[in-house]
Design a protein around this ligand. Structure first.
Ligand code: AMP
Length: 404
């Protein structure tokens, strides 16, 4: 079974074609960027049949819209020279990443008219993402008219949170009438690494209490009790919780009012300030963790304090989620920073011996691939690094849904 996974942005389409019958092998992958501009470009990678790696093809020049982008992708997938398949009908289903499923979706679902309507209804909750995801669904439907389309929601994994964790202390009507509540994001990644952790620990996920920490450009944590999410750091929007590359994470909710009054900034300005100009970038001028660590190593005090604030927030949430869970089997790090920045992992986990979380510095600093255990042998809770793979998880969920 071959499954195409698609992640559509306002001017981009990312894709991966999986062979689900052959170790979930990635047959091809790529990205089309700057759709609608003269400088559109496409990078397509095809797995070589001898398993020795990928060859790459790039195309540049105007790709007018998402439909044309999807046609280019299909042409490359079935191209006689660079193709991975002979006919687009070989693709059994298209799995779409959809950012906001609101309360309507607790799990992946086959896309029908009512599903599209429900995703449209959630546009106010994700005005930047859901419209692009809908475009992806539309153009994939036109391109693959006989193929099942499946939506996999970023929010779905967090739908098991209890009310005490997802409700804000605001007038209750705002939740009931307008859906104002915590939803959480990165759900596909948290779900994937939780499952991998259970595999690694050789225990059923339903018996495990985990704290999962996704640290990429965006960052979030989840408290997982007996396999189910019971709390997460992002909120109604992805701005809440941890310090991120350019997002502030948690702040005093009165600050936007204060900033509007004292700096004469509009709501739009404040939105940009908190989402695009804060976080690591606001604190030390760079949002790329590698650069921030390099600056710190070169003696930059702003970078040093930015990293301390970044890790301190994570550590506070580890403590909070330990209290939520009652006992803990593992802390799991993932994504660009979680997988690759030992300095950050060390800052987050140091001094948590009282909670049974002990990091082993030597293991933490060892370079490696795949799943790694970095806790000391005496640590009550394991500390794991598990590479995330959101596309694979979307492909797996898509397969599961169409086989039901
Ligand atoms: P992601 O969104 O998962 O691609 O993660 C992007 C973040 O990971 C960026 O802040 C990168 O600087 C960071 N990152 C990637 N590789 C490393 C590394 N070797 N050391 C520290 N940070 C890294």
């Amino acid at each position: 079974m071959k499954i195409l996974v698609i992640n559509t942005g306002s001017s981009s389409i990312k894709y991966k074609l999986f062979d689900m019958d052959y170790h979930h092998k990635v047959m091809a992958s790529g990205i089309v960027e700057k759709i609608g501009e003269d400088t559109s470009f496409l990078i397509h990678r095809r797995a070589l049949s001898d398993g020795s790696g990928f060859d790459e093809k790039t195309e540049e020049g105007l790709i007018a819209d998402h439909y044309e982008a999807m046609s280019c992708i299909v042409d490359l997938l079935v191209d006689s020279e660079h193709g991975s398949i002979k006919d687009k009908k070989e693709i059994s289903a298209v799995g779409h990443r959809v950012v906001h499923g609101g309360e309507a979706f607790h799990s992946p679902t086959i896309i029908k008219k009512a599903v599209i309507k429900a995703i449209e209804k959630n546009i106010p909750l994700a005005p930047l993402h859901n419209p692009s995801n809908l475009i992806g669904i539309k153009v994939a439907g036109l391109t693959f008219p006989d193929t099942l389309q499946v939506a996999v929601f970023d929010t779905a994994f967090h739908q098991t949170m209890p009310m005490k964790a997802f409700l804000y202390a605001l007038p209750l009507e705002m939740y009931k009438k307008n859906g104002i509540r915590r939803y959480g994001f990165h759900g596909t990644s948290h779900a994937y690494i939780a499952e991998r952790a259970a595999d690694y620990m050789e225990q059923p996920l339903a018996e495990l209490n985990l704290i999962t920490i996704h640290l990429g450009n965006g960052a979030s944590m989840a408290a997982i009790k007996e396999g189910k999410c019971v709390d997460t750091t992002m909120g109604m929007t992805p701005l809440a919780g941890l310090v991120m590359g350019t997002r502030s994470g948690d702040i005093d909710p009165a600050l936007p009012l204060f900033i509007a009054d004292h700096f004469g900034m509009s709501l739009k300005d404040i939105d940009r300030l908190l989402n695009n100009d804060s976080g690591l970038k606001g604190l030390c001028g760079s949002n790329d963790m590698r650069e921030v660590i390099d600056k710190k190593d070169a003696g930059d005090d702003r970078a040093k304090i930015a990293l301390e604030i970044y890790a301190y927030r994570i550590k506070k949430y580890i403590g909070a989620y330990f209290a939520v869970l009652g006992n803990l089997d593992a802390v799991v790090f993932t994504a660009g920073i979680g997988e690759n920045a030992p300095y950050i992992r060390e800052l987050c986990c140091s001094g948590l011996n009282g909670l049974g979380i002990e990091i082993d510095s030597k293991r933490n600093n060892m370079i490696g691939n795949g799943i790694r255990e970095i806790s000391s042998p005496g640590s009550k809770a394991k500390i794991l690094i598990i590479p995330t793979d959101e596309e694979l998880k979307i492909a797996q969920e898509t397969k599961r849904v169409i086989e039901k």
